[in-house]
Design a protein around this ligand. Structure first.
Ligand code: DGP
Ligand code: NA
Ligand code: NA
Length: 224
């Protein structure tokens, strides 16, 4: 009875947090949980490195290419836009086959998304870019129903198995990102203490998500 019916739509659930905050583990644990309850659900992530834009982002993150801060900001944003949905894309065969966000949600599929616009604004404004300028290209993307912020002190995150070699995985920079995230919190946010044992984090996430998915099924419209 949890499946799609009538006007019901899927929920757009976003996980945010610093690198090594546990988003990726928690989102992959959330997937089988919701599936087990009978909800149609998919796990997405941004950046999506599989598109042409995503390949440029990936190369930048690996320090294999250099781009100025504004340019990479707009590419991250474009990577979200290309996965959104747009009526006129449907006429173009190449894109028609892609499953895009709005179509998925309308058809009743819940999306768990590992990073979204908040990463876009937090990571770029941490470099010193104007926050309003950073927000502008995100406007018009689908608004999440729930943002789960996995809260962890940057020092603690850095201790977790160490960072990889990607561009942003440095303690001093992550401290700035954490400050920027704090400014962005809004009514859709649920902050979860990511320092708790994994099972406790998981339990809190499950509770909030179940609430959200149930509300969305009752026919809340998609907002932008
Ligand atoms: P991930 O694949 O989740 O490890 O993300 C790769 C890195 O890119 C990570 O350090 C966070 C950062 N990032 C994710 N989204 C954005 C974005 O929209 N803008 C910027 N500037 N950085 C982002
Ligand atoms: Na990362
Ligand atoms: Na991640």
């Amino acid at each position: 009875e949890n499946g799609q019916c009538g006007n019901s739509r899927g929920a757009l659930i976003v996980l945010e947090g610093l690198d090594r905050s546990g988003k990726t583990s928690q989102s992959s644990r959330l997937l089988p949980y919701l599936e087990g309850l009978g909800f149609p659900v998919e796990l997405w992530r941004f950046p999506d490195r599989n598109t042409c834009v995503g390949e440029m982002i990936s190369s930048y993150l690996a320090n294999k290419s250099q781009l100025d801060d504004q340019t990479i900001h707009l590419l991250f944003s474009a990577n979200r836009w290309e996965k959104r949905d747009c009526g006129h894309y449907k006429d173009k065969n190449r894109l028609a086959e892609r499953s895009l966000m709005e179509t998925k949600l309308r058809s009743g599929t819940t999306l768990i998304v590992d990073r979204y616009s908040y990463s876009g604004v937090a990571f770029s404004s941490a470099k010193g870019l104007d926050i309003e300028w950073c927000k502008a290209p995100e406007m018009g993307l689908l608004a999440p129903d729930l943002v789960l912020y996995l809260d962890i002190p940057p020092e603690k995150a850095a201790e977790r198995g160490g960072y990889g070699s990607e561009r942003y995985e440095q303690l001093e920079f992550q401290k700035k990102v954490a400050e920027c995230y704090k400014i962005l919190q809004d009514a859709t946010w649920k902050t979860v203490d990511a320092c708790l044992p994994m099972e406790d984090v998981e339990r809190q996430i499950r509770e909030s998500v179940l609430d959200c998915v149930t509300t969305c099924q009752k026919g809340r419209t998609l907002s932008k």
